[in-house]
Ligand binder design. Sequence first.
Ligand code: FPP
Length: 253
Amino acid sequence: MKSDATHDVILNPATLPSHVAIIMDGNGRWAKKKMLNRVKGHEQGSQTVRSIVTACGKLGIEMLTLYAFSTENWGRPKHEVKALMMLLKKFIVSQKEELKKNNIRLNVIGQMHKLPTDVQEELDAAIQLTKHNKKMVLNLALSYGSREEITTAVRKIAKKIKSKDLDYKDISQDLISDHLYTKEMPDPDLIIRTSGEYRLSNFLLWQAAYSEIYISDTLWPDFSENEFIEILKNFQERDRRFGKVECSTSNDG
Ligand code: FPP
């Protein structure tokens, strides 16, 4: 019998990243390589989304954030934006019962109000359906951009200062975090980007302060559960110091 990749894996649950965030890149290049339309790349990319969400559930990752549509992606050709929205809707409609069954809560970060109404309705329904789920959070970044997120947060804080609900001296890092879409979420421990590009592309810029970053050369539609597990193993071997030094190796004792 063919064994499932996760059955063979030796990952220490204690050092697994709690929050993994992924910049899913390379759908267009995958399609081009196969002489296909870019939309075919996004379709195949949706299949990869399914398999990685399932893998995260099985492996015990508590939060998965996927950069599915950026504020900049609105500038793509109309037909591509339309196809991406259709794929997103299809994914939600086809996966919401699966998410419920697997105890996964769906959440959205970004300008959800900018999405087409029918997509918003499906997202709302799936968010409601899964709201009591506890095992894992699937966070979809939709019409998301860090600069927009931070700008919106600054505006909200300024409004509270103006109405005297807040004093400017109350502004702290925690207060800023509390005004972001990711309020009450842990920062990502690990950010993966596929397709060999070394950029964050306006993704979780505030939250990525101490994230480990892994760049994979694989194009997102080809990204597999096996490679994901290898990346988790690589993460577990890293020494995260958060700007500090190990006491045993420091000269000042
Ligand atoms: C980047 O590839 C990918 C996107 C802009 C969209 C990601 C969307 C999906 C994976 C499918 C739908 C999402 C869900 C959650 C079901 P690219 O088009 O920039 O690729 P390229 O850089 O090779 O052109």
